[in-house]
Design a binder for this molecule. Sequence first.
Ligand SMILES: [Zn+2]
Length: 174
Amino acid sequence: MTHSQSVLKTNDVSSRISKKVIHSVQLLDRIRQLQLKYKQHVIVAGDVMNKITRRLIKEHTPRDVDVMERYKISKEMIIKGVQCEGCFVFGMIKGYRTWNCPHCSHSSRNPHIRALKDYSLFIQNTITNQQARDFLKLSSISVASKLLVSMKLPYTGATRGRTYDLSSLKDLQK
Ligand SMILES: [Zn+2]
């Protein structure tokens, strides 16, 4: 189980399940225990080992699915603006320090990160200042620039026409 706070509850009295299902943080210890317990090498290096190696790498590579194609979504269907985490309505307004929701008065510091993550998943992996202003519904070039710079994204190009790389956002949990 990858989430550190997940709890496994079972009515299996033999505790068979809780011996097999563990938190990911315990995985390395568990492998070491198994190595101590089973010292004889059953699989020797060679074809079988290579096959297992390839399989593990393949199963551990994230799938790069074109969600737009798969669910028949066009770019025009993506709602622009920053979504409120309180009432889920789009259109938070950027204030001096926070984004504020005109519908429920919820305010939040970084809801634009979620929006840009969505942009990277649905539209493209890179964004310019102009594209960010359009997508986040911001009018100010300098405010958009400040937001993008504060996220410490890798970029290419000079100040004008600079392209920020959003691919690192894909790994964010939220
Ligand atoms: Zn709201």
